[in-house]
Design a protein around this ligand. Sequence first.
Ligand code: BGC
Ligand code: CA
Length: 345
Amino acid sequence: MKKTILLLAIVAVVSMLFISCGAGTPAKPKIGVTIYKFDDTFMSYVRNTIEASAAAVGADKVELSVQDSQFDQPKQNDQVDQFLTQNVTSLAINLVDPSAVSVIIEKAKAKSIPVVFFNREPAAADMAAYDKAYYVGAKAQESGTMQGQIAAEYWAAHPEADLNKDGKMQYVMLMGDPSNSDAAFRTEFSIKAVEAAGIQVVKLAEDTAMWDRVKGQEKMAAFLAANKGKIEMVFANNDDMGLGAIEALKAEGYFANGKFMPVVSVDATPPALDAMEQGTLLGTVLNDATNQGKATFELAYAAGSGAKEVVTSVAPLANADGAADAAGKYVWVPYVKVTAENYKE
Ligand code: BGC
Ligand code: CA
């Protein structure tokens, strides 16, 4: 008899627990995050902010799991499968290969799990295929234009920069991963802005260094060897490659005894700001890792908690083109030009 009463009591308690977790009161949101590779300087700042934002909300209110996709799209697909099996309530995905987005969207859609893409922008058609897909990023065209403006302003103020006195800017370009639209846009719009300032350009060399500092150094060393004394301007799609280029330039005697080379990049990471302080990096463009990480977390948290309004404090929702739109699914974080005048701010 006693045993039966005890059993009944246990059953009652257990079923009460189930009822209290049932409909109406959403369980603690569980966010599954993937980063295309941890070994990317800029993404490590974004990741830090996502983790700090979750910590600020509190481990009792949100569960966060962050995985390194190690630059391997099949691996990332497996990580997404695992997250879905573990019943995450939302996903935040930094794609390895933006062209693989439809696979991820299909997986998320099948379980009606919201997904926030960030940094590597999916094609608009893929985004439109799922009403619970969001994107947080920055308009790479803008960063390219700002790079070109920094280069053009320097050129106008420094007639000695035209080494061969032909009135044209002989430049080299270090590109990021060509599958990433940030790389393509920065490459295109930096040069367009130089031309818009009325300066003719000659491309001496252009190659990808995959956003990587060591590869940037190697490519720049090759550019220097093939174009002895001819290079007048160096563009790098990000700071890591720009800093690698500066190492290669130093090895050739630049940044000593009055020998200078203008190098312009993007991100404004702490090491890049140090290089500006040292007078090696001419300028960069702030790619706001903090606000991108914050917006990514806030959207994933709101969507994963079943909030009616999925918004972030960082910027209003917009459409793919950047126009404000309350029904939009994009958050665009602005870039800021960083030069000798404002880099300390
Ligand atoms: C950043 C790069 C980074 C890349 C990763 C870009 O927006 O400027 O530094 O390597 O994103 O996808
Ligand atoms: Ca020239």
